[in-house]
Design a protein. Structure first.
Length: 146
């Protein structure tokens, strides 16, 4: 298989957006410097929430962190009122995490901004190219488990 020089471009985009996206989600990011980490934690909780909620271990795997790092992130979003912990109904020794209404609102705001940015960045492309690129991005995200 021939190598395609997409890797460097992909990581340039990741670096570019990792420093900028939070400013577009909420105006008061300067007042909430932990907002980007909150959204990452919420996305992880959302991605692994089962019928009983998400566990900190599942959040850790989703984020690629150790258990203590994920536990600190979950504690921070809990303190911000974005998630709530409860005892697992299937195993009383475990706690589970669920996103609150406020957390869901933040996720929705973040996703709307993401879609707006995609629409703006690909605005000069044909609809066919935009749909195809979106399918490729979805495929890549699914294949890496994101």
């Amino acid at each position: 298989m021939a190598s395609v020089a997409g890797g460097p471009a992909l990581f340039r985009l990741v670096r570019y957006w990792s420093r900028r996206w939070a400013r577009g989600v909420l105006v008061d990011v300067e007042e909430q410097p932990s907002l980007p980490q909150h959204v990452l934690a919420l996305e992880a909780v959302n991605a692994c929430t089962g019928a009983d909620g998400a566990t900190v271990g599942e959040v850790a795997r989703q984020l690629g962190l150790d258990h203590s790092g994920a536990s600190r992130m979950v504690a921070a979003v809990e303190a911000a009122g974005l998630v709530e912990r409860s005892r697992s109904s299937s195993d009383g020794r475990r706690s589970t995490v669920r996103i609150t209404g406020t957390g869901l609102q933040l996720l929705e705001t973040s996703r709307r901004w993401q879609q707006t940015m995609f629409d703006e960045l690909t605005g000069s492309w044909s609809d066919r190219d935009r749909r195809q690129f979106a399918r490729y991005l979805d495929r890549l995200a699914a294949e890496v488990g994101a």
